[in-house]
Design a protein around this ligand. Structure first.
Ligand code: SF4
Length: 493
């Protein structure tokens, strides 16, 4: 969006108004692919029946079905893979030179059907405000070298796309930096920063490394510069993301790179909340936990996708570990950061998952008592190592196991949320609730944007109105299965 905006495009969230349509896609599991294709077909109708002149498909679906997309959906004019962001301009027929008189109106949407909020131009990271090169200064950037683990995996064929007819064999290598123009599509107070791209892990169910390429970290100073620019423009909450954030800096020669980065970012004045998602379980170091504990503005929140708890299934997933090992890790985390909220996700129905394997997972969930938990049905993906495994779990079994775990978590969550009633905490007011205009919605540091339960605000306390993006002191007055209800007490900086 930033590149298009800088080239002079006017962005709109209304497809019927757009002359160029851009659909950003996902393709890591079947449901995501289906949603992506449905969105492309919906947008294609705007081209055949409406005013749109061009349809561009971007993102992971292109990495997987580059040739097929245009062959099967002739309305598509151009495709832009995950490593070719800058070619969006050529695809759109725009030059990269800044212009203020573009004849184009461009829609950016995503395949989840959520239309992006396009920030006003004042929120754009303007050229003149971008930091200049920092050469000559002491650098934490190190030199990019692919990780030995990644090189070994590459030799063993981890990243091959041979099974995907229509995909190019070249892996993406692109990384954006702090000079890449960017528009925020998140509410004003919150922003994501991608600190690394790609993944070197061998998880046998996962094709993300084949889609996104080998692990590579953004330069340390580039991440810091971007965070400083965002905070200077009013962002108060930053969420660091990447396929595996806990590997951050290994390819730059940094030790404990994520902890070092968090420690640096936490010192940015006015940054109220800082968090990271997608930690790999065996990379939770003492230093990382100490860093989370030491800074008030690092959210006491850890997202640790574990995928399963049965050692047999974890072994076949090529992730290793077991319920016992995970319980020790959780104990270590909770001891180092008291009160930390833990999120995880699991896959049910991996090939060969026996009833006993499933029960091990169920017992583990009952014991671990996660604050937030997602359960995904195994998706059989061509190109993944698990694709050739026998003993597929029947679809009905997968769905009934998924429901059973969600029911278990519902009762765990309901009991745990009761203990929140009466707690006073900091609340980020997000705006009127999508469910009813009578309530507002907000989040605490224990709720990551978009994925965890909600805090409904039914009492503004001393205020006539709240301001979205402002922090307030609040008290929890009610609890439900996953959601909470709060009363505002006072403003907070
Ligand atoms: S760590 Fe995550 S992204 Fe990487 S291969 Fe495993 S599941 Fe996929």
């Amino acid at each position: 969006m930033g590149l298009l905006d800088r080239a002079g495009a006017r962005l709109t969230a209304h497809p019927e108004d757009a002359e160029i349509l851009v659909v950003n896609t996902c393709s890591f599991i079947d449901t995501a692919k289906q949603e992506s294709v449905d969105t492309i077909l919906e947008m294609a109708r705007h081209k055949t029946q409406g005013r749109a002149k061009k349809l561009i498909v971007a993102g992971c679906l292109v990495e997987r079905y580059r040739d097929e997309i245009q062959k099967n959906i002739p309305e598509v004019d151009a495709v832009v893979g995950t490593g070719e962001l800058e070619s969006i301009l050529e695809a759109a027929g725009l030059s990269s030179a800044p212009s203020s008189s573009s004849p184009f109106t461009i829609l950016t949407g995503d395949a989840s059907g959520v239309r992006n909020y396009v920030a006003p131009a004042s929120e754009l990271l303007q050229d003149e405000n971008r930091p200049k090169g920092r050469s000559g200064k002491e650098s934490l950037s190190g030199t990019h070298k692919s990780r030995a683990e990644g090189d070994a995996r590459e030799r063993s064929g981890r990243f091959l796309r041979d099974a995907w007819a229509g995909a190019s064999s070249a892996l993406p290598t692109y990384l954006y930096d702090e000079t890449t123009p960017r528009l925020l599509s998140t509410p004003r107070a919150s922003a994501y920063i991608k600190i690394a791209e790609g993944c070197d892990h061998p998880c046998t169910f996962c094709v993300i490394p084949n889609l996104r390429g080998k692990f590579r970290s953004r330069r340390f100073e580039s991440v810091v510069a971007e965070a400083e620019q965002l905070v200077a423009r009013g962002v108060r909450e930053i969420t660091l993301i990447g396929q595996d954030t806990t590997c951050y800096g290994e390819d730059l020669g940094l030790r404990d790179g994520l902890a070092t980065l968090l420690d640096r970012l936490a010192r940015i004045p006015n940054l109220k909340w800082l968090r990271f998602l997608y930690a790999y379980p065996n990379r939770i170091t003492g230093k990382l936990l100490e860093t989370i504990a030491r800074h008030d503005n690092i959210c006491k929140y850890l997202d640790l996708p574990l995928q399963h708890a049965s050692p047999d299934v974890l072994k076949r997933m090529k992730r290793g570990a077991s319920a016992d090992i995970f319980l020790k890790t959780l104990h270590k985390v909770r001891a180092a950061v008291p009160g930390i909220a833990l999120r995880t996700s699991f896959i049910v129905g991996f090939p060969g998952e026996s009833l006993r394997d499933f029960e091990v997972l169920e017992e583990f969930i009952a014991e671990a008592q996660f604050d937030w938990l997602g359960v995904f049905s195994y998706s059989h993906e061509e190109g993944s190592a698990a694709y050739s495994l026998d003993a597929q779990t029947p679809h009905r079994t997968i769905e009934s196991r998924r429901r059973r775990l969600m029911k278990l978590q519902q009762s765990i969550s309901r009991r745990a949320k009761k203990n929140w009633v009466g707690r006073e905490l900091t609340l980020l007011a997000e705006g009127p609730s999508a469910e009813t205009p009578l309530l507002w919605e907000g989040r605490t540091e224990f709720h990551a944007p978009e994925i965890d339960g909600k805090v409904f605000i039914n009492d503004f306390g001393p205020f006539e109105n709240l301001q979205p993006g402002r922090f307030y002191r609040a008290i929890i007055t009610e609890s439900h299965d996953y959601d909470l209800v709060a009363r505002v007490l006072s403003p907070e900086n």
